[in-house]
Design a protein around this ligand. Sequence first.
Ligand code: NOJ
Ligand code: MG
Length: 542
Amino acid sequence: MSGQEWWKRAVIYQIYPRSFQDADGDGIGDLAGIAQRLDYLSWLGVDAIWISPFYTSPMKDFGYDIQDYRDVDPIFGTLADFDALAARARALGLKLILDFVPNHTSDRHPWFLESRQSPASAKRDWYIWRDPAADGGPPTNWLAEFGGSAWEYDEASGQYYYHAFLKEQPDLNWRNPEVRAAMYDAMRFWLERGVDGFRVDVMWHLIKDDQFRDNPPNPARPPNAGPANALIPLYTADRPEVHDIVREMRAVVDAYPERVLIGEIWLPTDRLVTYYGHDLRGAHLPFNFQLIGAAWDAGVIKEIVGDYEKALPRGGWPNWVMGNHDKGRIASRLGPRQARLAMLLLLTLRGTPTLYYGDEIAMRDVPIPPDRVCDPYEKNVPGLGLGRDPQRTPMQWEDAPQAGFTRASRSWLPIAADASTVNVAAQRAAPASMLTLVHRLIALRKAEAALTIGDYGALDAPERVVMFLRRVPGRRLLIALNLGESAQSLSLPGDSRQATTLLSTDPERPLGDLAPAFTLGGGEGIVVLLADRETAPPSPAA
Ligand code: NOJ
Ligand code: MG
Protein backbone atom coordinates (compact mmCIF):
# COMPACT_ATOMS: atom_id res chain seq x y z
CA MET A 1 0.00 0.00 0.00
CA SER A 2 2.95 2.30 0.57
CA GLY A 3 2.83 5.40 -1.63
CA GLN A 4 -0.65 4.55 -2.75
CA GLU A 5 -2.72 6.28 -0.08
CA TRP A 6 -4.56 9.18 -1.71
CA TRP A 7 -3.50 11.69 0.93
CA LYS A 8 0.17 11.19 0.06
CA ARG A 9 -0.37 12.63 -3.41
CA ALA A 10 -3.09 15.07 -2.46
CA VAL A 11 -3.19 18.83 -2.19
CA ILE A 12 -5.45 19.78 0.73
CA TYR A 13 -7.41 23.06 0.62
CA GLN A 14 -8.66 24.60 3.85
CA ILE A 15 -12.03 26.36 3.82
CA TYR A 16 -13.08 28.69 6.61
CA PRO A 17 -16.81 28.23 6.11
CA ARG A 18 -17.94 31.65 7.36
CA SER A 19 -15.91 33.26 4.60
CA PHE A 20 -15.98 31.10 1.48
CA GLN A 21 -19.38 31.71 -0.08
CA ASP A 22 -22.69 32.86 1.32
CA ALA A 23 -25.67 31.21 -0.38
CA ASP A 24 -28.57 32.35 1.82
CA GLY A 25 -27.76 36.05 1.86
CA ASP A 26 -27.11 36.58 5.58
CA GLY A 27 -23.57 37.84 5.01
CA ILE A 28 -22.00 34.67 6.47
CA GLY A 29 -20.68 31.80 4.39
CA ASP A 30 -22.49 28.46 4.55
CA LEU A 31 -22.40 24.85 3.35
CA ALA A 32 -24.66 25.53 0.35
CA GLY A 33 -22.22 28.28 -0.61
CA ILE A 34 -19.28 25.90 -0.47
CA ALA A 35 -21.21 23.44 -2.65
CA GLN A 36 -21.69 26.18 -5.26
CA ARG A 37 -17.95 26.76 -5.41
CA LEU A 38 -16.75 23.18 -5.64
CA ASP A 39 -16.42 23.45 -9.42
CA TYR A 40 -13.83 26.15 -8.87
CA LEU A 41 -11.85 23.90 -6.51
CA SER A 42 -12.08 21.08 -8.97
CA TRP A 43 -10.72 23.37 -11.70
CA LEU A 44 -7.94 24.56 -9.36
CA GLY A 45 -6.94 20.92 -9.06
CA VAL A 46 -6.93 20.39 -5.32
CA ASP A 47 -7.76 16.87 -4.16
CA ALA A 48 -9.29 17.37 -0.75
CA ILE A 49 -11.04 20.08 1.21
CA TRP A 50 -10.83 20.52 4.96
CA ILE A 51 -13.68 22.61 6.32
CA SER A 52 -13.23 24.39 9.66
CA PRO A 53 -16.07 23.61 12.13
CA PHE A 54 -19.69 24.07 11.03
CA TYR A 55 -21.33 22.18 13.93
CA THR A 56 -23.99 23.62 16.23
CA SER A 57 -22.23 26.29 18.24
CA PRO A 58 -22.81 29.49 20.23
CA MET A 59 -19.92 30.83 18.08
CA LYS A 60 -17.91 32.28 20.95
CA ASP A 61 -14.84 31.00 19.09
CA PHE A 62 -16.62 30.86 15.73
CA GLY A 63 -17.38 27.17 15.77
CA TYR A 64 -14.44 25.88 17.80
CA ASP A 65 -16.90 25.82 20.71
CA ILE A 66 -19.23 22.95 19.87
CA GLN A 67 -22.65 22.39 21.37
CA ASP A 68 -23.62 19.39 19.27
CA TYR A 69 -21.02 17.27 17.48
CA ARG A 70 -23.63 15.64 15.30
CA ASP A 71 -25.46 18.54 13.74
CA VAL A 72 -24.90 21.57 11.54
CA ASP A 73 -25.33 25.05 12.97
CA PRO A 74 -28.30 26.85 11.36
CA ILE A 75 -25.92 29.64 10.27
CA PHE A 76 -24.21 27.09 8.03
CA GLY A 77 -27.29 25.10 7.02
CA THR A 78 -28.59 21.63 7.81
CA LEU A 79 -27.45 18.02 7.72
CA ALA A 80 -29.23 17.81 4.37
CA ASP A 81 -27.02 20.66 3.10
CA PHE A 82 -24.03 18.73 4.38
CA ASP A 83 -25.11 15.58 2.56
CA ALA A 84 -25.66 17.56 -0.64
CA LEU A 85 -22.19 19.10 -0.32
CA ALA A 86 -20.64 15.70 0.36
CA ALA A 87 -22.41 14.17 -2.65
CA ARG A 88 -21.28 16.99 -4.94
CA ALA A 89 -17.70 16.66 -3.65
CA ARG A 90 -17.77 12.93 -4.25
CA ALA A 91 -19.09 13.44 -7.78
CA LEU A 92 -16.14 15.75 -8.49
CA GLY A 93 -13.64 13.35 -6.93
CA LEU A 94 -12.89 15.73 -4.06
CA LYS A 95 -12.17 14.22 -0.65
CA LEU A 96 -13.84 15.80 2.35
CA ILE A 97 -12.02 16.32 5.67
CA LEU A 98 -13.83 17.65 8.71
CA ASP A 99 -12.49 19.59 11.64
CA PHE A 100 -12.88 17.57 14.84
CA VAL A 101 -12.58 19.50 18.11
CA PRO A 102 -12.11 16.96 20.91
CA ASN A 103 -10.21 18.98 23.51
CA HIS A 104 -13.14 21.12 24.62
CA THR A 105 -16.86 21.61 24.09
CA SER A 106 -18.99 24.70 24.36
CA ASP A 107 -20.10 25.56 27.90
CA ARG A 108 -23.60 25.11 26.48
CA HIS A 109 -23.03 21.51 25.46
CA PRO A 110 -25.54 19.33 27.35
CA TRP A 111 -22.61 17.36 28.79
CA PHE A 112 -21.18 20.47 30.42
CA LEU A 113 -24.57 21.70 31.61
CA GLU A 114 -25.02 18.37 33.35
CA SER A 115 -21.46 18.33 34.65
CA ARG A 116 -21.90 21.79 36.11
CA GLN A 117 -25.12 20.93 37.89
CA SER A 118 -23.42 19.46 40.96
CA PRO A 119 -20.26 17.66 42.08
CA ALA A 120 -22.46 14.55 42.29
CA SER A 121 -23.52 14.79 38.65
CA ALA A 122 -22.93 11.64 36.59
CA LYS A 123 -21.02 13.80 34.10
CA ARG A 124 -18.99 15.76 36.68
CA ASP A 125 -15.85 13.86 35.77
CA TRP A 126 -16.36 14.45 32.03
CA TYR A 127 -14.69 17.83 32.56
CA ILE A 128 -11.76 18.92 34.73
CA TRP A 129 -13.03 20.17 38.08
CA ARG A 130 -10.75 21.00 41.03
CA ASP A 131 -11.02 22.52 44.45
CA PRO A 132 -9.48 25.97 44.93
CA ALA A 133 -5.88 26.28 46.09
CA ALA A 134 -5.30 26.81 49.84
CA ASP A 135 -5.61 30.58 49.36
CA GLY A 136 -8.95 30.15 47.57
CA GLY A 137 -7.43 31.02 44.19
CA PRO A 138 -7.15 28.81 41.09
CA PRO A 139 -5.83 25.26 41.64
CA THR A 140 -2.70 25.84 39.50
CA ASN A 141 -1.01 28.70 37.66
CA TRP A 142 -2.14 27.37 34.27
CA LEU A 143 -2.95 30.07 31.71
CA ALA A 144 -5.62 30.19 29.00
CA GLU A 145 -4.49 30.74 25.40
CA PHE A 146 -6.94 33.60 24.99
CA GLY A 147 -5.87 35.41 28.17
CA GLY A 148 -6.14 35.06 31.93
CA SER A 149 -6.22 32.01 34.17
CA ALA A 150 -7.26 28.73 32.61
CA TRP A 151 -9.45 28.08 35.65
CA GLU A 152 -12.98 29.46 35.94
CA TYR A 153 -14.63 29.59 39.34
CA ASP A 154 -18.08 28.09 39.67
CA GLU A 155 -19.95 29.84 42.49
CA ALA A 156 -22.56 27.14 42.90
CA SER A 157 -20.15 24.30 43.67
CA GLY A 158 -17.16 26.26 44.95
CA GLN A 159 -14.91 24.46 42.43
CA TYR A 160 -12.98 25.57 39.38
CA TYR A 161 -13.14 24.07 35.88
CA TYR A 162 -10.26 24.10 33.42
CA HIS A 163 -10.37 25.70 29.96
CA ALA A 164 -7.29 25.93 27.75
CA PHE A 165 -9.04 28.53 25.56
CA LEU A 166 -12.13 30.65 26.41
CA LYS A 167 -14.07 30.08 29.61
CA GLU A 168 -16.93 29.17 27.27
CA GLN A 169 -14.74 26.26 26.02
CA PRO A 170 -14.37 23.91 29.01
CA ASP A 171 -11.82 21.12 28.45
CA LEU A 172 -13.10 17.56 28.40
CA ASN A 173 -11.45 15.04 30.68
CA TRP A 174 -9.90 12.58 28.23
CA ARG A 175 -8.78 10.35 31.11
CA ASN A 176 -12.43 9.38 31.47
CA PRO A 177 -13.27 6.33 29.30
CA GLU A 178 -16.88 7.48 28.87
CA VAL A 179 -15.67 10.72 27.31
CA ARG A 180 -13.45 8.78 24.95
CA ALA A 181 -16.26 6.48 23.91
CA ALA A 182 -18.69 9.36 23.35
CA MET A 183 -16.20 11.29 21.25
CA TYR A 184 -15.26 8.26 19.15
CA ASP A 185 -18.96 7.78 18.49
CA ALA A 186 -19.13 11.37 17.26
CA MET A 187 -16.27 10.59 14.86
CA ARG A 188 -18.08 7.49 13.63
CA PHE A 189 -21.23 9.55 13.01
CA TRP A 190 -19.34 11.49 10.32
CA LEU A 191 -17.30 8.55 9.06
CA GLU A 192 -20.58 6.72 8.45
CA ARG A 193 -21.77 9.77 6.51
CA GLY A 194 -18.80 9.29 4.24
CA VAL A 195 -16.22 11.85 5.33
CA ASP A 196 -12.66 11.02 4.32
CA GLY A 197 -10.96 12.04 7.53
CA PHE A 198 -10.44 14.60 10.25
CA ARG A 199 -8.18 17.46 11.13
CA VAL A 200 -8.05 17.14 14.90
CA ASP A 201 -7.99 20.45 16.75
CA VAL A 202 -5.14 20.98 19.29
CA MET A 203 -4.27 17.29 19.35
CA TRP A 204 -1.28 17.84 21.65
CA HIS A 205 -3.46 19.44 24.35
CA LEU A 206 -5.76 16.50 25.02
CA ILE A 207 -4.20 15.22 28.26
CA LYS A 208 -3.11 17.38 31.22
CA ASP A 209 -0.89 16.45 34.13
CA ASP A 210 -2.77 14.21 36.56
CA GLN A 211 -0.80 15.69 39.46
CA PHE A 212 -1.77 19.25 38.52
CA ARG A 213 1.72 20.69 38.86
CA ASP A 214 2.34 24.38 38.15
CA ASN A 215 3.85 25.27 34.79
CA PRO A 216 7.34 26.81 34.99
CA PRO A 217 7.93 30.42 33.91
CA ASN A 218 9.14 30.92 30.34
CA PRO A 219 12.42 32.84 30.34
CA ALA A 220 12.40 33.03 26.53
CA ARG A 221 8.95 34.47 26.00
CA PRO A 222 8.90 35.74 22.42
CA PRO A 223 7.91 39.39 21.93
CA ASN A 224 4.27 39.89 20.88
CA ALA A 225 3.44 36.28 21.74
CA GLY A 226 0.13 35.53 23.40
CA PRO A 227 -0.14 35.91 27.19
CA ALA A 228 -0.08 32.12 27.77
CA ASN A 229 3.55 32.18 26.61
CA ALA A 230 4.52 33.61 30.00
CA LEU A 231 4.71 29.96 31.12
CA ILE A 232 6.16 26.83 29.52
CA PRO A 233 3.17 24.49 29.01
CA LEU A 234 5.09 21.58 30.50
CA TYR A 235 2.13 20.11 32.40
CA THR A 236 -0.76 21.17 30.16
CA ALA A 237 0.24 19.90 26.72
CA ASP A 238 2.29 17.23 24.96
CA ARG A 239 1.92 14.84 27.90
CA PRO A 240 3.15 11.29 27.33
CA GLU A 241 -0.34 9.78 27.76
CA VAL A 242 -1.70 11.80 24.82
CA HIS A 243 -0.25 9.20 22.47
CA ASP A 244 -2.64 6.55 23.79
CA ILE A 245 -5.54 8.77 22.78
CA VAL A 246 -4.13 9.47 19.34
CA ARG A 247 -3.65 5.77 18.81
CA GLU A 248 -7.26 5.11 19.75
CA MET A 249 -8.48 7.85 17.40
CA ARG A 250 -6.42 6.31 14.65
CA ALA A 251 -8.04 2.93 15.30
CA VAL A 252 -11.48 4.55 14.99
CA VAL A 253 -10.52 6.03 11.63
CA ASP A 254 -8.79 2.85 10.47
CA ALA A 255 -12.00 0.87 10.87
CA TYR A 256 -13.07 2.61 7.65
CA PRO A 257 -11.12 2.27 4.43
CA GLU A 258 -8.85 5.03 3.15
CA ARG A 259 -9.52 7.65 5.81
CA VAL A 260 -6.93 10.13 7.04
CA LEU A 261 -6.13 11.43 10.52
CA ILE A 262 -4.45 14.83 10.65
CA GLY A 263 -3.36 16.46 13.90
CA GLU A 264 -3.06 20.16 14.63
CA ILE A 265 0.16 20.23 16.65
CA TRP A 266 2.26 23.31 17.37
CA LEU A 267 5.50 21.79 18.58
CA PRO A 268 9.14 21.86 17.51
CA THR A 269 10.09 19.23 14.92
CA ASP A 270 11.60 16.72 17.34
CA ARG A 271 8.40 16.66 19.44
CA LEU A 272 6.05 16.94 16.45
CA VAL A 273 7.27 13.75 14.82
CA THR A 274 6.42 11.70 17.92
CA TYR A 275 2.76 12.12 16.88
CA TYR A 276 3.24 9.67 14.01
CA GLY A 277 3.08 7.28 16.93
CA HIS A 278 4.82 4.06 17.78
CA ASP A 279 4.90 1.89 14.62
CA LEU A 280 3.19 4.77 12.78
CA ARG A 281 -0.07 4.01 14.57
CA GLY A 282 -0.65 7.68 15.45
CA ALA A 283 -1.65 10.56 13.18
CA HIS A 284 -1.07 10.02 9.45
CA LEU A 285 -0.17 13.67 9.15
CA PRO A 286 0.86 15.66 12.21
CA PHE A 287 0.52 19.15 10.74
CA ASN A 288 3.95 20.64 10.15
CA PHE A 289 3.83 24.40 10.78
CA GLN A 290 7.59 24.98 10.90
CA LEU A 291 7.52 27.26 7.83
CA ILE A 292 4.65 29.45 9.05
CA GLY A 293 6.56 31.31 11.72
CA ALA A 294 10.02 30.97 10.19
CA ALA A 295 12.11 33.88 8.95
CA TRP A 296 11.98 34.01 5.15
CA ASP A 297 15.65 33.26 4.79
CA ALA A 298 17.32 30.64 2.58
CA GLY A 299 19.54 29.32 5.40
CA VAL A 300 16.62 29.02 7.79
CA ILE A 301 14.43 27.25 5.24
CA LYS A 302 17.16 24.77 4.28
CA GLU A 303 17.67 23.95 7.93
CA ILE A 304 13.96 23.52 8.63
CA VAL A 305 13.46 21.21 5.67
CA GLY A 306 16.65 19.28 6.39
CA ASP A 307 15.86 18.84 10.10
CA TYR A 308 12.33 17.72 9.30
CA GLU A 309 13.43 15.21 6.65
CA LYS A 310 15.95 13.81 9.13
CA ALA A 311 13.52 13.67 12.05
CA LEU A 312 10.70 11.87 10.22
CA PRO A 313 10.23 8.32 11.42
CA ARG A 314 10.81 5.59 8.86
CA GLY A 315 7.71 5.49 6.65
CA GLY A 316 6.27 8.67 8.17
CA TRP A 317 4.80 10.85 5.44
CA PRO A 318 5.80 14.55 5.47
CA ASN A 319 3.46 17.52 5.09
CA TRP A 320 3.74 21.29 4.91
CA VAL A 321 1.44 24.14 5.89
CA MET A 322 2.16 27.78 5.09
CA GLY A 323 -1.07 29.49 6.13
CA ASN A 324 -4.29 28.95 8.05
CA HIS A 325 -7.09 30.73 9.88
CA ASP A 326 -4.91 31.38 12.93
CA LYS A 327 -1.91 33.08 11.30
CA GLY A 328 -1.35 36.16 9.16
CA ARG A 329 -1.56 35.55 5.42
CA ILE A 330 1.46 34.65 3.30
CA ALA A 331 1.11 37.62 0.95
CA SER A 332 1.14 40.02 3.91
CA ARG A 333 4.04 38.25 5.60
CA LEU A 334 6.24 38.09 2.51
CA GLY A 335 5.02 40.62 -0.05
CA PRO A 336 3.70 39.85 -3.53
CA ARG A 337 6.85 38.54 -5.19
CA GLN A 338 8.09 36.29 -2.42
CA ALA A 339 4.53 35.02 -1.87
CA ARG A 340 4.82 33.44 -5.33
CA LEU A 341 7.99 31.68 -4.18
CA ALA A 342 6.18 30.49 -1.08
CA MET A 343 3.55 28.81 -3.25
CA LEU A 344 6.30 27.22 -5.34
CA LEU A 345 7.99 25.92 -2.19
CA LEU A 346 4.75 24.63 -0.64
CA LEU A 347 3.85 22.77 -3.82
CA THR A 348 7.27 21.28 -4.60
CA LEU A 349 8.58 20.16 -1.22
CA ARG A 350 8.23 16.49 -0.36
CA GLY A 351 5.00 16.02 1.54
CA THR A 352 1.31 16.75 1.43
CA PRO A 353 0.68 20.51 1.15
CA THR A 354 -2.24 22.29 2.80
CA LEU A 355 -3.32 25.49 1.07
CA TYR A 356 -5.43 28.08 2.91
CA TYR A 357 -8.36 29.52 0.95
CA GLY A 358 -7.49 32.83 -0.69
CA ASP A 359 -3.73 32.28 -0.60
CA GLU A 360 -4.01 31.05 -4.21
CA ILE A 361 -5.03 34.59 -5.20
CA ALA A 362 -2.56 36.23 -2.80
CA MET A 363 -5.24 37.63 -0.52
CA ARG A 364 -3.75 39.83 2.14
CA ASP A 365 -4.64 40.44 5.77
CA VAL A 366 -7.48 42.92 5.87
CA PRO A 367 -7.26 45.69 8.47
CA ILE A 368 -10.25 45.43 10.80
CA PRO A 369 -11.67 48.65 12.26
CA PRO A 370 -12.25 48.41 16.03
CA ASP A 371 -16.03 48.32 15.67
CA ARG A 372 -15.82 45.31 13.30
CA VAL A 373 -13.59 43.09 15.47
CA CYS A 374 -15.11 39.60 15.90
CA ASP A 375 -12.28 37.37 17.15
CA PRO A 376 -12.42 36.80 20.93
CA TYR A 377 -8.60 36.65 21.01
CA GLU A 378 -8.42 40.28 19.82
CA LYS A 379 -11.20 41.29 22.20
CA ASN A 380 -9.51 39.67 25.22
CA VAL A 381 -5.95 40.66 24.37
CA PRO A 382 -6.32 43.78 22.23
CA GLY A 383 -3.74 45.72 20.31
CA LEU A 384 -0.94 43.14 20.07
CA GLY A 385 -1.85 42.00 16.58
CA LEU A 386 -2.98 38.61 17.89
CA GLY A 387 -6.50 38.90 16.42
CA ARG A 388 -7.28 36.51 13.61
CA ASP A 389 -10.01 38.39 11.77
CA PRO A 390 -7.60 39.88 9.16
CA GLN A 391 -6.87 36.43 7.70
CA ARG A 392 -10.51 35.27 7.86
CA THR A 393 -12.15 37.81 5.56
CA PRO A 394 -14.48 36.77 2.73
CA MET A 395 -13.10 35.08 -0.35
CA GLN A 396 -12.69 37.50 -3.24
CA TRP A 397 -14.48 36.00 -6.22
CA GLU A 398 -15.05 38.85 -8.64
CA ASP A 399 -15.26 42.59 -9.12
CA ALA A 400 -18.79 42.89 -7.78
CA PRO A 401 -20.49 44.12 -4.61
CA GLN A 402 -19.05 42.21 -1.63
CA ALA A 403 -16.60 40.59 -4.10
CA GLY A 404 -19.30 38.09 -5.12
CA PHE A 405 -19.18 36.52 -1.66
CA THR A 406 -22.74 37.43 -0.63
CA ARG A 407 -25.81 39.18 -1.96
CA ALA A 408 -26.20 40.86 1.43
CA SER A 409 -25.10 44.49 1.60
CA ARG A 410 -22.63 43.67 4.36
CA SER A 411 -20.39 40.69 5.08
CA TRP A 412 -19.61 39.48 8.60
CA LEU A 413 -16.05 40.76 8.20
CA PRO A 414 -15.00 43.57 5.85
CA ILE A 415 -14.07 42.79 2.26
CA ALA A 416 -10.50 43.67 1.24
CA ALA A 417 -10.15 47.13 -0.30
CA ASP A 418 -8.29 45.65 -3.28
CA ALA A 419 -10.93 42.97 -4.01
CA SER A 420 -11.93 44.63 -7.29
CA THR A 421 -8.54 43.62 -8.72
CA VAL A 422 -7.44 40.78 -6.43
CA ASN A 423 -10.11 38.21 -7.19
CA VAL A 424 -10.62 34.82 -8.79
CA ALA A 425 -12.33 36.02 -11.98
CA ALA A 426 -9.66 38.61 -12.78
CA GLN A 427 -6.79 36.24 -12.00
CA ARG A 428 -8.19 33.31 -13.94
CA ALA A 429 -8.00 35.49 -17.04
CA ALA A 430 -4.50 36.82 -16.32
CA PRO A 431 -1.51 34.69 -17.36
CA ALA A 432 0.82 36.42 -14.89
CA SER A 433 -1.47 36.11 -11.86
CA MET A 434 -0.89 34.19 -8.65
CA LEU A 435 -3.92 32.04 -9.43
CA THR A 436 -2.50 31.04 -12.81
CA LEU A 437 0.79 30.16 -11.10
CA VAL A 438 -0.88 28.05 -8.41
CA HIS A 439 -3.10 26.35 -11.01
CA ARG A 440 0.01 25.44 -13.06
CA LEU A 441 1.94 24.29 -10.01
CA ILE A 442 -0.85 21.95 -8.98
CA ALA A 443 -1.11 20.61 -12.53
CA LEU A 444 2.66 20.06 -12.62
CA ARG A 445 2.50 18.27 -9.27
CA LYS A 446 -0.11 15.95 -10.73
CA ALA A 447 1.87 15.32 -13.92
CA GLU A 448 5.23 14.74 -12.24
CA ALA A 449 5.42 11.83 -9.82
CA ALA A 450 8.80 13.22 -8.71
CA LEU A 451 6.97 16.14 -7.09
CA THR A 452 4.63 13.96 -5.07
CA ILE A 453 6.23 10.66 -4.23
CA GLY A 454 9.79 11.47 -5.32
CA ASP A 455 12.85 11.70 -3.04
CA TYR A 456 14.06 15.00 -1.73
CA GLY A 457 17.73 15.98 -1.92
CA ALA A 458 19.14 19.33 -0.82
CA LEU A 459 21.73 20.97 -3.07
CA ASP A 460 24.41 23.48 -2.23
CA ALA A 461 23.51 26.93 -3.44
CA PRO A 462 24.67 30.52 -3.01
CA GLU A 463 23.42 32.55 -0.05
CA ARG A 464 19.75 33.53 -0.46
CA VAL A 465 19.05 30.61 -2.82
CA VAL A 466 17.25 27.41 -1.88
CA MET A 467 17.88 24.56 -4.29
CA PHE A 468 16.82 20.94 -4.15
CA LEU A 469 16.10 17.89 -6.26
CA ARG A 470 12.96 15.80 -6.42
CA ARG A 471 13.48 12.44 -8.03
CA VAL A 472 11.83 9.23 -9.09
CA PRO A 473 13.75 6.58 -11.02
CA GLY A 474 14.43 8.01 -14.47
CA ARG A 475 13.26 11.54 -13.77
CA ARG A 476 14.91 14.35 -11.83
CA LEU A 477 13.49 17.79 -11.18
CA LEU A 478 15.52 20.69 -9.89
CA ILE A 479 13.77 23.39 -7.88
CA ALA A 480 15.60 26.66 -7.32
CA LEU A 481 14.27 29.65 -5.40
CA ASN A 482 15.99 33.00 -5.15
CA LEU A 483 14.84 34.58 -1.90
CA GLY A 484 17.04 37.58 -2.53
CA GLU A 485 16.03 40.68 -4.45
CA SER A 486 18.98 40.65 -6.86
CA ALA A 487 19.71 38.19 -9.67
CA GLN A 488 21.91 35.16 -8.96
CA SER A 489 24.17 33.17 -11.28
CA LEU A 490 23.65 29.46 -10.85
CA SER A 491 24.75 26.30 -12.54
CA LEU A 492 23.06 22.98 -13.01
CA PRO A 493 24.31 20.04 -10.94
CA GLY A 494 27.53 18.62 -12.48
CA ASP A 495 26.12 15.56 -14.16
CA SER A 496 23.29 17.35 -15.99
CA ARG A 497 23.98 17.79 -19.66
CA GLN A 498 20.70 19.30 -20.62
CA ALA A 499 17.82 20.93 -18.85
CA THR A 500 14.33 22.19 -19.55
CA THR A 501 12.54 24.87 -17.56
CA LEU A 502 9.05 23.60 -16.84
CA LEU A 503 7.78 26.51 -14.79
CA SER A 504 8.90 29.85 -13.41
CA THR A 505 7.32 32.26 -10.95
CA ASP A 506 8.47 34.95 -13.37
CA PRO A 507 5.95 35.05 -16.21
CA GLU A 508 8.59 36.64 -18.47
CA ARG A 509 11.00 33.70 -18.42
CA PRO A 510 10.80 31.57 -21.53
CA LEU A 511 10.15 27.90 -20.79
CA GLY A 512 12.13 25.15 -22.48
CA ASP A 513 15.92 24.75 -22.87
CA LEU A 514 17.99 26.00 -19.98
CA ALA A 515 21.77 26.49 -20.30
CA PRO A 516 24.01 24.76 -17.71
CA ALA A 517 24.96 28.23 -16.43
CA PHE A 518 21.94 30.44 -15.97
CA THR A 519 20.63 33.41 -14.04
CA LEU A 520 17.78 33.33 -11.59
CA GLY A 521 16.06 36.69 -11.20
CA GLY A 522 15.56 38.37 -7.83
CA GLY A 523 12.58 36.72 -6.16
CA GLU A 524 12.32 34.14 -8.92
CA GLY A 525 11.75 30.43 -8.50
CA ILE A 526 11.89 27.73 -11.19
CA VAL A 527 11.21 24.07 -11.72
CA VAL A 528 13.61 22.42 -14.15
CA LEU A 529 13.65 18.96 -15.67
CA LEU A 530 17.19 17.61 -15.71
CA ALA A 531 18.30 15.21 -18.36
CA ASP A 532 21.41 13.31 -17.34
CA ARG A 533 23.17 10.12 -18.30
CA GLU A 534 20.44 8.11 -16.75
CA THR A 535 17.52 9.97 -18.26
CA ALA A 536 18.80 11.65 -21.47
CA PRO A 537 16.37 10.99 -24.28
CA PRO A 538 17.90 9.06 -27.20
CA SER A 539 19.17 11.45 -29.84
CA PRO A 540 17.07 11.48 -33.03
CA ALA A 541 20.03 10.03 -35.03
CA ALA A 542 20.34 6.96 -32.79
C1 NOJ B 1 -7.05 25.80 17.20
C2 NOJ B 1 -7.90 26.42 16.14
O1 NOJ B 1 -7.23 26.40 14.91
C3 NOJ B 1 -8.24 27.82 16.61
O2 NOJ B 1 -8.85 28.57 15.61
C4 NOJ B 1 -9.10 27.71 17.84
O3 NOJ B 1 -9.39 28.99 18.35
C5 NOJ B 1 -8.42 26.87 18.90
N1 NOJ B 1 -7.83 25.67 18.39
C6 NOJ B 1 -9.40 26.44 19.97
O4 NOJ B 1 -10.24 25.45 19.45
MG1 MG C 1 -25.12 32.40 4.86
